[in-house]
Design a protein around this ligand. Structure first.
Ligand SMILES: *Cc1c(COP(=O)(O)O)cnc(C)c1O
Length: 454
């Protein structure tokens, strides 16, 4: 057992090491060099019988692992729409760690309960979603989609008089699930886990930008769930909600929106991209992407608060709580108060600060697209959001330029396949990314293209 002063010293040392890491955030390689990755082998020690002193554990962690991290918290990481961490959110997370709250309900943590309620209200206000929606703070858009879709299923079955909690699925009226042809893999994962069966999903065809084509919308009825998206991962596009949602609802269907990153457009000057998305029944979105909060923080938002609270209820004789306690809105029973860094991010930005951050990313994406087009690249999408989808003169050159850019250590972004051919995808979502970082990225790609054979 360590004494209070030893514990204090250890935490101070962790803070110091974190600050040193942070001081290098803008200059460290965007992806770790090979030597650093090879160095990770040193972690592969036999399981110790007696354990090591905590200062030694911390030292090894920092000296071996810090150099092998990806600089996703830096300014020039353009992969996977993942964002960095805002200072207020990072600071809140540090304090919350000291609290070590089990944020299941008011009884476990009045502070967490109050903060997450406020955060939920602010999120629905910023996104322009119905104010009395339930907001569950879950680990990921994946987990939150699972929560929303289980609420959808339970509610549709209840309308037909079927008791899902008691009788399960066998013999239940059939639910038809219609998903966009460009639905994110995690939406399909949630549906698969819930037992809907990938082969039984009805696919809604999409246009060349990845949006559901209203003319080809499959037939919907009052036992259908329609999964649409705000922010397609490659193009950043939005399904035509104004057309689709009223039609689905007239048929009695439940509409779920995957808005992992794109829903935040609602807090920007480009809110009209997602016009009428508030008409849907449920939404998922991430904090850890465009809001720039730490992992893992996401939200399940459900218009019918009771539907989510019933589907996710986990009241036990020894642990009852109000229906809208977080343990009754998410998968987790014991849980971290992941709504608190979200609360802190929003409290520090305010409506204006958030709008400015998103608007800046939109402007930077369109500037990047212009520069790359001028530099001879093909930009494959319309660049309505923060995603720029790019190809060079041919597939070999596209791949070679991406690999060379990754090797440079100056930037990082990932590959994708668009309409059957390789492309690369540049996502602008870090609050740290400046206009100069965007020009550096454009200069680098253009010079790599000039140097590579056509
Ligand atoms: C990232 C992403 C997801 C999954 O989000 P997680 O929080 O990583 O589970 C779902 N949909 C879209 C469009 C995404 O970009």
């Amino acid at each position: 057992m360590s004494t209070h002063s030893e514990e204090r010293q250890l935490l101070a040392e962790a803070d110091q090491r974190a600050l040193n890491y942070f001081d290098g955030i803008a200059t460290r390689p965007a992806f770790p060099p090979n030597e650093a990755i090879a160095g990770l082998a040193a972690l592969d020690q036999p399981l110790s019988e007696q354990g090591y002193p905590a200062t030694e554990v911390l030292r090894r962690l920092d000296e071996i692992a810090s150099p092998a991290t990806v600089s996703s918290n830096g300014p020039r990481y353009f992969g996977f729409v993942i964002g960095a961490t805002l200072p207020a959110a990072a600071a809140a997370e540090r304090l919350v760690l000291a609290w070590d709250q089990c944020a299941s309900s008011f009884d476990n943590s009045p502070a967490a309960d109050a903060l997450e309620r406020v955060a939920g209200r602010w999120v629905t206000e910023l996104l322009g979603l119905p104010q009395d929606s339930a907001v569950g703070f879950g680990t990921s858009a994946t987990a939150c989609t699972l929560a929303c879709l289980s609420a959808a299923r339970r509610a549709l079955l209840a309308r037909k008089g079927w008791n899902f909690d008691g009788d399960g699925l066998i013999g239940a009226p059939e639910i038809r699930v219609v998903v966009s042809a460009s639905a994110h893999i995690t939406v399909k994962k949630a549906l698969r886990i819930l037992g809907f069966g990938i082969n039984r999903l009805i696919v809604a065809p999409t246009d060349e930008q990845g949006r559901v084509d209203p003319l080809q919308l499959p037939v919907l009825d009052d036992m259908s769930i329609l999964c649409l998206q705000a922010g397609e991962v490659n193009t950043g596009e939005f399904d035509p909600f104004s057309d689709l949602i009223p039609r689905a609802q007239a048929a009695g269907a439940w509409v779920h929106i995957d808005g992992a990153f794109g829903l935040w457009a609602r807090a920007s000057s480009a809110a009209s991209l997602a016009a009428d998305v508030e008409l849907a029944d449920s939404w998922t979105t991430d904090g850890h992407k465009w809001l720039n909060t730490p992992y893992d923080g996401a939200m399940a938002i459900c218009r019918d608060a009771d539907a989510l609270a019933s589907a996710m209820n986990s009241d036990a004789a020894y642990a009852t709580a109000s229906r809208d306690a977080q343990k009754n809105l998410t998968l987790e029973f014991s849980r971290r108060a992941r709504g608190i860094p979200i609360w802190a991010a929003i409290a520090s930005l305010g409506r204006d600060g958030l709008r400015q951050m998103i608007d800046r990313h939109l402007r930077q994406a369109s500037h990047l697209a212009t520069r790359l087009r001028e530099g001879g690249f093909q930009v494959l999408n319309r660049v309505v959001l923060n995603q720029v989808l790019v190809r060079a003169d041919n597939d070999e050159q596209t791949v070679a330029i991406r690999l060379a850019a990754q090797r440079s250590g100056q930037v990082w972004f990932g590959p994708t396949v668009w309409q059957g051919r390789p492309a690369f995808r540049l996502s602008i979502s870090s609050w740290r990314t400046t206009d100069a970082d965007i020009d550096l990225l454009a200069d680098l790609l253009i010079s790599l293209k000039q140097r590579s054979a056509p």
